[in-house]
Design a protein around this ligand. Structure first.
Ligand SMILES: O=C(O)[C@H](O)[C@@H](O)[C@H](O)[C@H](O)COP(=O)(O)O
Length: 242
């Protein structure tokens, strides 16, 4: 796998613009080539970046198929619900058919919700390991991505495409997350991180040489690319080589 591409821009506004430009150009290329764009979205600040920038995009929204990289198992009315955030801030502004923005079923147990979500994934990827065109990822201050946390047994999951977690160190505790076999089969994994508070972990992940890499450092698509879009403060600890 090629080394990650690292793009440093002055501030959060440019991070949002760069992220959305990458997503939309990938989408239009995929739609031109295959007639569909498969996209995984995250919660946290990535959701804010995408919802700020995507409504202005020029694309065929009917060809987008959007899943969560991870999602919390909470009612849609819960402010922690990432689907509710995208529904209010993106789906209300662009004509992605609701049935093409796949939500968890919050009325199920976390195990059943993961199984049910895998069935939805299979409607788009009928067999084999799904290959998303783009996964938009965030990274927590501990180096987690999706809902894959340092030292968690889910880092070793190789059978499930979506796995349940009930002990997320980041609340809320119950979530459904993509696993590494799918993440590392994507064509493009793009991280977007902002703020000086992420500078240490960004350096640790990008210059991670440990034999137990942090989850975000394990994102290495076998036949794809990893792109990091950082604002200056988040890139503050990276070597001058940038
Ligand atoms: O739903 C979630 O909680 C996210 O998917 C999570 O994995 C997030 O991406 C990271 O925690 C980074 O979040 P920030 O960018 O907001 O720090």
């Amino acid at each position: 796998m090629a080394a990650p591409t690292v793009k440093v821009v002055p501030s959060e506004v440019e991070v949002s613009n760069e992220l959305c430009q990458l997503v939309v150009s990938s989408a239009n290329a995929a739609i031109k080539e295959r007639g569909v764009f498969t996209f995984g979205v995250s919660g946290g600040s990535a959701a804010k970046f995408l919802c700020n920038g995507l409504p202005q995009a020029s694309t065929d929204w009917s060809k987008w198929r959007v899943f969560f990289c991870d999602e919390r198992l909470v009612p849609f009315s819960d402010p922690e619900c990432t689907y509710a955030y995208y529904k209010a801030n993106l789906l209300s502004k662009v004509p992605i058919p609701e049935e093409h923005f796949y939500a968890l079923n919050p009325n199920l147990s976390v195990e059943d919700a993961a199984d049910d979500y895998e069935k939805k994934l299979r409607t788009v990827f009928p067999d084999g390991i799904p290959r998303f065109d783009v996964l938009s990822l965030g990274m927590g201050p501990d180096g987690h991505t999706c809902s894959l946390f340092p030292g968690h047994q889910l880092l070793k999951e190789t059978e499930k495409m979506y796995a349940p977690i009930s002990d997320s160190p980041k609340p809320p505790p119950q979530r459904v997350t993509l696993t590494f076999p799918v993440i590392n089969n994507a064509a493009c994994c793009v991280f977007a991180s902002c703020g000086a508070g992420k500078a240490d972990i960004v350096q640790q992940v990008l210059e991670d040489k440990s034999d137990e890499p942090l989850p975000a450092a394990r994102v290495r698509p076998t036949n794809g690319e990893v792109v990091w879009i950082l604002d200056k403060p988040a890139a503050g600890k990276l070597q001058a080589s940038l």
